[in-house]
Design a binder for this molecule. Structure first.
Ligand SMILES: [Zn+2]
Ligand SMILES: [Zn+2]
Length: 239
């Protein structure tokens, strides 16, 4: 309570600053106009299954080419707030490595908007992509878990950061491409407490959807543990 009072008091004295570039803000919000304009939000039309942006509204087509071919996917729905580019990369990197944990709230607010189709379709529990415990010790926090917790506050959904674990220590996916990415995370995840998740609709949270290898491995582990469905919700995606 005291903390909130202090925060309010300080907000009135200190100028609020852009979360990304640090410029003082003259308007409401978390980002300055320039930083906000740099971001490429994903908006309709997009594939109603995988969320991939579609070129234009073409005669009511609502699925992308891959989903039309009915490629098997372990995900029910996938959504992302932003296109992955220099601007979104910088926003996410700042959050990941500079202890800008307060940015989690801003990014989670974006997830809350981007995930509206998922929440409307029914979601029961939020699960972040886990880090291996050695990486967690080094970095002090799991960015996906922070996002998941903040999103839990927005949505009122329970957040489970314990049941899904990364038992295999993997190299960072950025070091690999294509098939190597799939190999790197193969069988890296497992569910420690299936009883917490069995029969439930899970929303998987991560910062970036690149090839989807990591999210797919997580989804396979979750399905093996008996979850009902897996949706993915990420801040940005490569598209
Ligand atoms: Zn800014
Ligand atoms: Zn699609």
């Amino acid at each position: 309570m005291l903390e909130i009072l202090w925060q309010k008091l300080l907000d009135n004295i200190l100028p609020r600053r852009c979360r990304k570039c640090g410029q003082p803000l003259s308007t409401d919000g978390e980002l300055c106009e320039r930083c906000l304009n740099e971001l490429n939000f994903i908006y309709p039309p997009y594939c109603r299954k995988c969320g991939f942006p579609l070129e234009e509204e073409t005669s009511g087509k609502t699925l992308c080419a891959a989903c039309l071919q009915k490629k098997r996917s372990p995900f029910r729905l996938s959504r992302s707030a932003l296109r992955y580019d220099e601007a979104s990369k910088n926003l996410i990197l700042a959050f990941k490595f500079m202890d800008k944990t307060e940015n989690a709230r801003l990014l989670a607010a974006m997830l809350n908007v981007a995930g509206r189709d998922i929440f409307a379709a029914g979601a029961e529990v939020i699960v972040p992509v886990p880090l291996h415990y050695t990486r967690l010790l080094k970095r002090k926090y799991n960015q996906s878990a922070l996002l998941a917790r903040e999103l839990g506050r927005y949505t009122g959904l329970p957040v489970d950061c314990r049941s899904l674990v990364r038992h295999k220590r993997t190299r960072p996916q950025v070091e690999f491409s294509g098939l190597e990415r799939i190999k790197n995370v193969k069988n890296a995840f497992s569910v420690k407490h299936p009883e917490n998740l069995v029969g439930r609709r899970v929303v998987l949270i991560d910062d970036v959807f690149t090839t989807g290898s990591t999210l797919k491995e997580c989804a396979l582990a979750l399905k093996k543990a008996g979850v009902r469905s897996v949706d993915t919700l990420t801040v940005a995606r490569v598209c």
